[in-house]
Design a protein around this ligand. Structure first.
Ligand code: TEU
Ligand code: CA
Length: 557
């Protein structure tokens, strides 16, 4: 990976919920432009923008009906060009979201494919006759959003495959014309100045020949026939050689449920595919088998997973460091302590994650410690997955309303999609009208305004980390060495180059932790660099208070 890519600190914007500039209740491109000074001050140097393309918004833009148009509610091509220019003037790069596994069912390709099976787009999607005289879907695969992965289309008298919602038909990547169209489209965004891409569910694009019947599971029956499928690496290598390489684009693949070994197959520098991938193992730390079967969170398990990924991807791969995105609950609600140690735990989480080896990703609002939505009623939720899951739980599994609401309150993707909290004013300064999804009721306490001039705020802490991430060689290039790995809730690790060493100690629990520094570490060499508590010198024996995190630095001669 080239140098500038290693220094990237990436901030994800979910445009619908960032800032509404024209007061229609929906965030937009002009809103993002207005917040560039904020981004600059925060210190990030790359923005990943969730989809802003033309879309019926069945899945908030992850259902694209025209890859080359901007959705009018977000702005126009001109506002987009202005965004690119303004970001670049501020030395901020732009990564776009590429949704290549599927389109919207309202995409002209799909309409043509439905209505003209013999025409040039007839084979652009995955169409099959059903079983049992066309009465049952072609196979037993199920969708990520619950229910069958097939829908019947009466015009064509066939079923089409959709691994996500029924309005998100999967493209047929085995058709070379599909690949060519997509390459052309990506090239178009490169010519507009886009610097990189996040590739939505990219490890699902290649399906096994014959679409065989899947092994029955609680969820995702059929997954063994399309996860990291037979031709996926061929397709990604093509993307790399046809578009990403020449553009020198920074790329991250969203690869659901990959093992470290599978991840390396995508991001090993020698393979010329992707710069890094989003793995999901640490996002499954508090569930069993399926995200809706929730289990208590255990810090030890999280630490073990994070350390494993650090080890396994070294030195040929590269991690994408994230705790949040638009699909996940808020990390402080999930892994922190919102009751007694809200601020400290928010800062602790940032410390344990972002000092690791890899590229930091910060999701909008994470930098001010935004929390889960706290919605009490189903009608406050907007997300298609959440609504589908509720229905399945009630109608098929016969779970009580209370039981389903409890799951949703914890795990719903809407937890992360409430409007960005800018100020204590009405609608949190996001808009002057009621937004498309309610603002979190805690906005008077948790907002940018309250934190920006407070040097002890979560926001100020994030600024310090971001700055270190861009400038400190050990954090950019260094290796990762963990210590006392079997401890339940103590993080102790170093990042090292020939010139410099950074040491992190952190207590991910509500109890004091006493520990002795391993003999191989010389505490005399280290000086305090950052702390979420009173600054203390590193000593041979230490006691860390609840959620305390300390970072030290040693310069080598
Ligand atoms: O998400 C893919 C994905 O597998 C999950 O993260 C998903 O959000 C859900 O939790 C499955 O239970 C990507 C996008 O990030 C997501 O927003 C889209 O809805 C999805 O792909 C389809 O494009
Ligand atoms: Ca708007």
């Amino acid at each position: 990976m080239i140098d500038w890519k290693k220094k990237a600190v990436i901030y994800q914007i979910y445009p619908k919920s960032y800032l509404d500039s024209n007061n229609d209740g929906i965030g937009d491109i002009e809103g993002i432009i207005r917040k560039i000074p904020y981004l600059k001050e925060l210190g990030i140097n790359t923005v990943w923008l969730s989809p802003i393309y033309q879309s019926p918004m069945a899945d908030n833009g992850y259902d694209i009906s025209d890859y080359t148009k901007i959705h009018p509610m977000f702005g126009s091509l001109n506002s987009f060009k202005k965004l690119v220019d303004d970001l670049h003037h501020n030395d901020i790069k732009l990564m776009m979201d590429l949704v290549l596994n599927h389109t919207s069912d309202e995409h002209p390709w799909f309409i043509e494919s439905r209505t003209n099976p013999q025409g040039p787009k007839g084979d652009f999607y995955i169409w099959r006759k059903g079983r049992k005289n066309n009465k049952k879907p072609p196979n037993n695969w199920t969708s990520f959003f619950t229910g069958k992965a097939w829908s019947y289309d009466s015009t064509r008298d066939e079923y089409y495959l959709h691994l996500f919602g029924s309005k998100q038909p999967d493209l047929n990547w085995d058709n070379v014309k599909v690949r060519e169209e997509l390459h052309k489209m990506i090239h178009y965004w490169v010519t507009l100045g886009v610097d990189g891409f996040r590739l939505d569910v990219i490890n699902l694009i290649s399906k096994c020949d014959g679409l065989p019947k899947g092994k029955k599971r609680i969820a995702l029956t059929g997954k063994e026939h399309y996860m990291n499928g037979p031709r996926v690496h061929e397709y990604i290598k093509n993307l790399y050689h046809n578009v990403f390489k020449e553009a020198n684009a920074i790329t991250v693949g969203e690869t659901v449920f990959v093992t470290p070994e599978e991840a390396l197959a995508y991001c090993n520098i020698e393979r010329e595919e992707l710069d890094m991938v989003f793995q999901f193992e640490h996002m499954n730390v508090d569930s069993f088998n399926n995200k809706w079967f929730i289990m208590p969170f255990r810090p030890k398990k999280l630490k073990k997973i994070l350390y494993r990924w650090q080890k396994e991807l070294y030195p040929k791969g590269w991690n994408a460091l994230y705790f949040e995105n638009h699909d996940q609950p808020r990390s402080v609600s999930r892994f922190g302590n919102t009751k007694q140690y809200y601020e400290k735990s928010a800062k602790l989480l940032a410390t344990i994650l972002y000092f690791q080896r890899g590229t930091p990703y910060i999701y909008q609002g994470q930098e001010i410690g935004m929390l889960n939505a706290q919605f009490e009623n189903l009608d406050q939720y907007r997300d298609v997955e959440t609504l589908n899951v509720y229905k399945l739980g009630r109608e098929t599994l016969h779970f009580t309303h209370q039981r389903m609401m409890k799951k949703i309150k914890y795990m719903s993707r809407d937890n992360a999609r409430t409007p960005m909290q800018w100020s204590p004013h009405q609608y949190a300064g996001f808009s002057k009208t009621a937004p498309w999804i309610e603002v979190n009721s805690n906005y008077k306490d948790i907002n940018v305004k309250a934190q920006e001039n407070d040097s002890n705020s979560i926001l100020s802490y994030y600024k310090k980390i971001i700055n270190l991430r861009k400038t400190n060689v050990a954090l950019i290039e260094g290796d990762f060495i963990p210590y006392l790995t079997r401890h339940k809730s103590l993080y102790l690790y170093t990042r090292n180059t020939d010139k410099c060493s950074v040491l992190v100690v952190a207590n991910h629990s509500v109890k004091d932790i006493k520990f002795s520094l391993p003999k191989t570490l010389d505490y005399n060499l280290y000086r305090p660099l950052l702390a979420n508590d009173d600054v203390r010198e590193l000593t041979q024996k230490m006691t860390l208070k609840p959620y305390e995190a300390q970072v030290y630095i040693a310069k080598k001669r």
